[in-house]
Design a protein around this ligand. Structure first.
Ligand SMILES: Cc1cc2nc3c(=O)[nH]c(=O)nc-3n(C[C@H](O)[C@H](O)[C@H](O)COP(=O)(O)OP(=O)(O)OC[C@H]3O[C@@H](n4cnc5c(N)ncnc54)[C@H](O)[C@@H]3O)c2cc1C
Length: 573
């Protein structure tokens, strides 16, 4: 049976008090003990729910506290690609992975700054974590066939990919709890059941037979689910709901609207958490899975390069770095705070649009405010923004502009705007998009030199016709070809811009969340700057500095490690 929040808080508050002599609070105070467990997990996202499930199934009494009124965090909003080499799902699908290949590849991607022991801990525990989650929740997973590793040409890289995503789940399994699932970032088109791997094809559904077939399949899945009376969930919705269902059957309470305010430290050991109602004690340990600090403007300004703010991220609004700050007050060292899971975004009214396929489809190119290309537009999204920040101080490219022609618009879905259909008026009125009959007119509209933009388009067009981008090698990596149009020859990444009108979409450095946080060891224990462990304190997911370092191995490189280190932390406890 699952305990309600009130039962938990009331049941444990049998007149107990705790002197919080922590160095985390300025003065000692006496707080009511409102709950006591072996393990307190902070945050009901990818890392936290996996940690909670693991701790409970290992026989530890466990609670998950969640700041928001909903569970799932960014994980619920996400596409839920998961990158875990050598897991049973990909091996069953015939992916030619081996532990040696994965270790070689990860080391090549992340470089020497990430201790080998942490890399190895991720690789060794990831497959076991995934099998454990499948054995203890309704979650099942499917291989994202063809979603290349992001650097497939590095040793051990796989051009056909290693990423998986959750299978379809019926939301009815959660009963009333389904209403508390954090909504997705992008709503699935009505009546359809869509997987992450389908989007590549949906973008092409007007011009590609397989694209049309995938669209029909999504509709057929939606119809079948409706006939069965299901509430079909996929992507992050499926992942978060599946983990929550696992917690329900393991009797782990998830206390919504219960933010961590601080850690309780007694005799140098973390022994609990302070929440608005009082203190929840943790006999064995506290696992922080409270996500990144993407929505904390002060932290972004303090740690990250300008221009920055909270307006371009698509991460969950409740991720304001609370756990990282509490850890820091307890003595944790922080790493990678200047970095994020970056990706070019279009600042559309309401919410930024993290643009994947639209940025890389042929017939589009990105220019800086001088009107020049500066990057391989089809490179991994994190790399594109790294280039933007490197270049911006000397050659302004924030914002940059994605330039496309009407031919591109006639062929491809753009966000949810079907080919040939006009873009919404408020995209124009907000300044996120401009349109003009000529390249010169477009240059004037976005304030870049006409002659330079004309020359850039002309050079790009001749490279597209020859199939070789001699400036930025777009199309040289197998990864570049994931979101492209196979009908385009000789290079499916490159097509000329020729048919008016022309469009310019404003490109800013967006992100899926931040990746800097508490420094941890291979056991997910939080470390001080002198390398010693803070007893009783663990961190996983975006509250910890990423095992991926400044890179991104493949689709799912944030959720895969988040879940794995949540699992490692709970097992260590
Ligand atoms: C639109 C979108 C698409 C994405 N697609 C992918 C993808 O396909 N693959 C991939 O790997 N990654 C993807 N990501 C990124 C991924 O979702 C996150 O990196 C991942 O969820 C991080 O896991 P986490 O557990 O650290 O944080 P989260 O999943 O965000 O969970 C953190 C939780 O902690 C809670 N919290 C915050 N502060 C407190 C507090 N003080 N007390 C208690 N609780 C607190 C939050 O409310 C939240 O519920 C995507 C993200 C977005 C937004």
């Amino acid at each position: 049976m699952e305990l309600s929040r009130r039962q938990v808080l009331r049941g444990a508050a049998v007149g107990a008090t705790l002197a919080v002599t922590a160095n985390t609070v300025a003065e000692a105070e006496v707080a009511a003990v409102v709950g006591e467990y072996d393990v307190v997990v902070v945050g009901a996202g990818a890392a936290g729910m996996t940690a909670g499930l693991t701790a409970a199934r290992r026989g530890l009494s466990t609670v998950v506290i969640e700041k928001a009124a909903t569970f799932g965090g960014s994980a619920a909003r996400s596409g839920a690609g998961i990158w875990i080499p050598n897991n049973e799902v990909i091996l069953r699908a015939g992916v030619p992975d081996t532990p040696q290949k994965a270790a070689t590849y990860l080391a090549a991607v992340v470089g020497p700054s990430i201790p080998a022991a942490r890399q190895q801990a991720f690789l060794n525990n990831g497959p076991a974590m995934l099998s454990f989650v499948m054995a203890n929740s309704p979650l099942r997973f499917r291989f994202m066939q063809g979603y290349s590793d992001y650097y497939p040409e590095l040793p051990g890289g796989l051009p056909n990919g290693r990423s998986i995503e959750p299978d379809q789940l019926d939301g009815n399994i959660l009963g009333a709890e389904l209403a508390k699932l954090n909504p997705p970032y992008l709503a699935t088109p009505a009546g359809m059941v869509v997987f992450s791997a389908d989007y590549k094809w949906l973008a092409l559904s007007a011009v590609n037979v397989r694209g049309a077939a995938v669209a029909a399949e999504c509709l057929a899945r939606g119809t079948a689910a409706a006939l069965r009376g299901e509430k079909p969930l996929t992507m992050g919705q499926s992942l978060a709901a599946g983990l929550r269902a696992g917690l329900m059957s393991a009797n782990v309470p998830v206390l919504l609207n219960t933010p961590l305010q601080d850690l309780v430290i007694e005799n140098g050991r973390v022994t609990g958490v302070r929440v608005p109602a009082g203190v929840i004690k943790a006999r064995r340990g506290v696992i922080i899975g409270s996500g990144g600090f993407e929505h904390n403007a002060a932290m972004r300004n303090q740690y990250q390069q300008q221009p920055i703010g909270t307006q371009w991220t698509v991460g969950a609004r409740s991720n304001t770095g609370d756990g990282i700050q509490a850890g820091q007050r307890a003595g944790a060292a922080l790493d990678l705070m200047d970095d994020a899971w970056w990706g070019p975004a279009i600042p559309l009214p309401g919410e930024p649009y993290f643009c994947l396929a639209e940025r890389t489809l042929p017939g589009g190119m990105i220019v800086d405010t001088g009107g020049e290309r500066f990057v391989n537009e089809a490179a991994p999204y994190s790399d594109v923004v790294h280039v933007m920040y490197e270049r911006n101080p000397t050659d302004q490219c924030i914002p940059g502009w994605l330039i496309v022609d009407q031919n591109y618009r006639n062929r491809y879905l753009f966000k949810d705007v079907v080919p040939t259909f006009p873009l919404p008026n408020d995209w124009y009125s907000s300044g996120a998009v401009h349109r003009a009959a000529t390249i010169d007119g477009l240059a004037s509209a976005i304030g870049v030199p006409q002659a330079t933009l004309r020359a850039t388009v002309s050079r790009f067009n001749s490279q597209a016709l020859s199939g070789t981008d001699s400036d930025f090698a777009r199309g040289a990596s197998a990864y570049d070809h994931y979101y492209t149009d196979p009908a385009i020859f000789p290079n499916s990444c490159l097509a000329p811009l020729w048919l008016p009108p022309f469009y310019a979409f404003k490109i800013v450095p967006g992100d899926l969340g931040t990746k800097g946080g508490m420094r941890t060891d291979a056991r997910a224990r939080v470390l001080r700057s002198n390398g010693t462990v803070i007893p009783g304190l663990y961190a996983a997911g975006n509250a910890s500095a990423a095992v991926m370092g400044r890179s991104y191995a493949g689709a799912g490189s944030t959720i895969g490690p988040a879940m794995t280190f949540g699992y490692i932390a709970a097992n260590d406890i």
